[in-house]
Write a protein that binds this ligand. Structure first.
Ligand code: FES
Length: 129
């Protein structure tokens, strides 16, 4: 195992920012339709800054590790900066090449984050509150 693979495994086994936030400003989840793995993210935004973030979900090592790494990366950053993150940034964080199937795993967290920030879809439970 190389250092990147070890890092991925470590994030999977001991994820950062794992759990839920109380009264999040943004709450969103999505799954990978290919496998059903899921990621849920809660964000607290203050003055355009991501003050706090939590995620939970289930799925493969890559999807969950990428989510953990992403939460570390964006905590404390301006939302406008986070909007500019690309798949290449995720690949750089993971540090290993991903084939087409694994790429969907690696990008799931970014998809959830961007959809949440841009408000593309409401988190399904929200309108019942
Ligand atoms: Fe489901 Fe990776 S196998 S996200």
């Amino acid at each position: 195992m190389n250092i990147y693979e070890e890092d991925i495994l470590d994030h999977y086994q001991n994820p950062s920012n794992y759990g839920d936030l109380e009264n999040p400003d943004i709450s969103y989840e999505e799954d990978n339709p290919l496998c059903g793995d899921k990621i849920h993210m809660d964000l607290k935004i203050e003055d355009g800054i991501i003050e706090d973030i939590r995620f939970h979900g289930y799925g493969c090592t890559i999807s969950q590790a990428a989510a953990s790494m992403l939460t570390e990366e964006i905590k404390g950053k301006p939302v406008e900066e986070v909007k500019k993150l690309t798949r290449d940034d995720i690949l750089e964080m993971l540090g290993i090449p991903l084939g087409p199937v694994r790429l969907k795993c690696g990008l799931l967290a970014l998809k959830v984050l961007k959809a949440g920030i841009y408000g593309i879809k409401e988190w399904p439970g929200e309108e019942e509150d």
